[in-house]
Design a protein around this ligand. Sequence first.
Ligand code: 13P
Length: 256
Amino acid sequence: MPARPYIVGNWKMNGTRAMLSEARSIDRAAARYPGVQVALAPPFTLVHAMTEEVQAIGVGGQDCHAETKGAHTGDISAVMLADCGASFVITGHSERRRDHGESSDMVKAKAEAALAAGLGVIVCVGETLDERESGKAEAIVGGQVDASLPAPEIFADAAQGKISVAYEPVWAIGTGRVAEVADVIAMHQAIRSRLEAAYGEQGATVRILYGGSVNAENGTALLAAEGVGGALVGGASLTADSFVAIIAAAGTDQVI
Ligand code: 13P
């Protein structure tokens, strides 16, 4: 049975407690789309409060440290996220790779720590505009997939559906410039091949999400594209109005 589409909102560094009302509205709407798996990744400061407010959606972190605890001022471990009710974490977002110098080795260690803590993980990959324009996009993203995903023995121990990959072309993030559907299909196929090379037939169980300027208008075509298992949404996940429209684009089985 194909997995349900997975629609995840990444709130990035946005949101104070006043925004929990948006999460409540998103949660109520998501309950009407049982065929769609919905989740939000708010800032760490809202993770616990949000878990107390919602029922139908998952709540996760936007990053975690690779260690479980210790002298790492300002960092949060996967164990801590699990302890405050998170069910997943995003690792390797291009903004973390850019702002915090995160290498694919570090992203892999974080993803493995997330699985060890019982969390699901969404590992992000994506090329820059220079890399795309110089014809290197598939090589760059393929290299990130190979180096950033959990080791095969750890993958084999993780429950099915716990690992997703998000393909987010850096030039499409927050720019309003969305990738061509044909390019998304080609890249998702390339990522799938790498996953199957690494994990054998179990590689087929990994959902591959698209991210980068997804909104209600372009969401329908992107989510219907072959190999697209869902979306990782930034700006359009910040309000219930815009995010619920994307959830609706992913699911036809609305329950009134
Ligand atoms: P936007 O949807 O704002 O382009 O952000 C995408 C993203 O980075 C999600 O992780």
